[in-house]
Design a protein around this ligand. Structure first.
Ligand code: NAD
Length: 333
């Protein structure tokens, strides 16, 4: 049996990555569409063989509650819309997958978790790297403390180019645009899976942004502190390219470089072991893992509770950059 997935939001990531990846999955398949732009439906229906009866708009999506062919709604819309769409999805009684970052604030994340709990459905976040086989090798090195106790880490995730346009949600702070929400979440999440530790404070942070109302951050840099005193550096940008997760330990180091492109990640260790070769189709692996976790009633690799913790770190980074002060990070327990 395969779970039926309905994609909510037929934008760039849905069309470029998730729908194609759902053609390769073994335990779930694309069976439904939910869009605010119904003119997109005919092309999608034909390309992916989706029935008209499984096609919805934002106005009709609540009717999906009566559709037994759909098991999961995958929310792939701008970040500031995740909470409302995820809560509506949960209220239809379908399981919810939601893209990163989970939402704008820890409170919004909690609303999503509560809605899923109240409806008896599951909630997973689309952290594709956490499912990627070479990244899982890096996580194992940390879990085993293969190079001794950890002494430090850094995670850099950014892409180069022009500043995002203010016409697009990626150039609008209130929609969840900007380096920290869009790309910085990879560094925050990477430091979490790379160290398997929860940070206790943002020691310091800086953000550069353009000078207009609703301007997004173009680059953000931050330092996290962990219980015991270890520090980690994070850096993210939408105007400069970097892509690396590095873990330092008493007896060596290991890293993913690059840490998060779609085409696959590879890395190495201080004693010359390779974390490779690059594996593609991270999204297929992610969705199959999450489908199996639903069918077998086992833990998700990236549940909503984890997404909330990372959003709380993002909020503390923003607060620290604004105040110039150290900020304690909440919700890490
Ligand atoms: P996009 O702009 O290409 O598509 C967004 C879609 O949401 C569009 O179809 C748009 O019509 C729809 N939408 C619904 N409500 C909207 C609103 N109020 N304003 C604007 N558009 C609205 O964006 P995208 O690149 O597909 O990103 C969507 C989500 O996926 C974001 O949360 C992003 O962070 C995430 N994403 C994740 C990855 C990944 O590798 N995991 C990669 C890209 C994007």
């Amino acid at each position: 049996r395969k779970l039926g997935v309905a994609i909510l939001g037929l934008g760039g990531y849905a069309s470029g990555q998730i729908a194609p990846a759902l053609q390769l999955t073994e335990h779930c398949e694309l069976r439904g569409l939910i869009t605010g732009s119904p003119e997109k439906l005919p092309e999608w229906q034909e390309k992916y063989n989706v029935k008209e009866a499984n096609s919805y708009t934002y106005d009709t999506m609540d009717e999906i509650a009566d559709n037994d062919e759909i098991d999961v709604i995958y929310v792939i819309t701008p970040t500031a819309t995740h909470r409302d769409f995820a809560v509506r999805a949960a209220n239809t009684g379908k399981h919810v997958w939601c893209e990163k970052p989970m939402a704008m604030t820890a409170e919004e994340c909690q609303d999503m978790i509560d809605a899923c709990n109240e409806n008896g459905v599951r909630l997973a976040i689309g952290y594709r790297m956490m499912h990627e086989p070479n990244t899982r090798k890096l996580i194992e090195l940390t879990e085993e403390r293969a190079y001794g106790a950890l002494t430090g880490a850094h995670a850099y995730a950014g892409y180069g180019g022009s500043p995002p346009s203010t016409d697009n949600w990626r150039g609008q702070r209130d929609m969840g645009g900007g380096a920290l929400y869009d790309m910085g979440v990879y560094s925050v999440n990477g430091l979490r899976y790379g160290t398997q530790m929860a940070p206790e404070a943002v020691v310091k942070a800086t953000q550069t942004r353009q000078d207009h109302a609703n301007a997004v951050d173009l680059t953000t840099e931050y330092t996290l502190r962990y219980p015991g005193g270890m520090l980690a550096e994070g850096k993210t940008s939408v105007v400069t390219n970097y892509n690396e997760l590095h873990i330092e330990a008493e007896e060596g180091w290991y890293e993913m470089d690059p840490m998060q492109p779609y085409t696959g990640v590879t890395g190495e260790t201080s004693d010359g072991k390779l974390l490779g070769p690059a594996v593609e189709n991270q999204q297929s692996i992610q969705m199959d893992d999450d489908a199996l976790a639903i069918m077998n009633d086992t833990e998700f690799i990236a549940p909503g509770t984890l997404g909330l913790k990372d959003v709380a770190v993002i909020q503390a980074i923003i607060e620290s950059a604004a105040s110039g002060q150290e900020v304690a990070i909440e919700h890490q327990g």
